[in-house]
Design a protein around this ligand. Sequence first.
Ligand SMILES: [Zn+2]
Length: 277
Amino acid sequence: MPWQEFAGFPESDIAMLRPASLCAAGPVQAAFSTRRGGVSQGRYASLNMGLHVGDRPEDVVENRRRFLSAAGMEPAHMVAAEQVHGDIPCPVDAGMRGRGAFDAASALPGVDALLTDAPGVPLTLYFADCVPVFLFDPCRPAVAVAHAGWKGLASGVIRNTLAAMRRHYHTQPADCRAAVGPAIGPCCYEVGPEVVTAIGNAGIGSEETALSQKREKHRIDLPGLARLCLVASGVPEGSIELSHDCTACRRERFYSFRRDRTTGRMAAAVMLEISAP
Ligand SMILES: [Zn+2]
């Protein structure tokens, strides 16, 4: 099953995308927001999820409330990370609920991936072109989400996240479902030779790295590289669902940092469901 769009929620005009196969694999909720259905204005119109990009904080908090509620998650319990284009994952427990929910200052500092085995704790990360990677281990169960731009991919954020799930929750990568969400595609992601060199030095996807070359510019396929990193870490290829939406191509649907610079963020959110008593 591919990623699917959901809209028509009773209280809002929100549209969101869900990784259908991952969501069908067990007691998990996972969603990626679009621009549609929020209250932010101007460059941030309308469903901006990022508190750190210059938008009105009260608008962002309202947008998060709308999106998470529609996704079946409790907004006040969400956890957010600072996101520094690094490779460090952070385990989250129920005592950390609300970190980064209402102000950026309380977000978990210095980390780019979140993991938990606690039900009812929505893990959230924020995106405008970088690759959102969702992980679900139905056997423990446990979930994770990672923020993967070229720096994170090259330094091993996906490998480190799966290693942390193994260390903390005894997750086996072979058991995991993974979903790679909307990100900037090879159609739009032109980079300099230093990026190609870094990806090459990291040993991931040399042939998928430089799809085309004009003068000194290369285009790279970040979602494709994320998929290769998942496979290299032991996630079965058939357990990975890839979105083919390009955030830079689709202005009406997604924010894009490469396209617009000052702009909003989409959210990736994943949560283990609280089992019925
Ligand atoms: Zn594109």
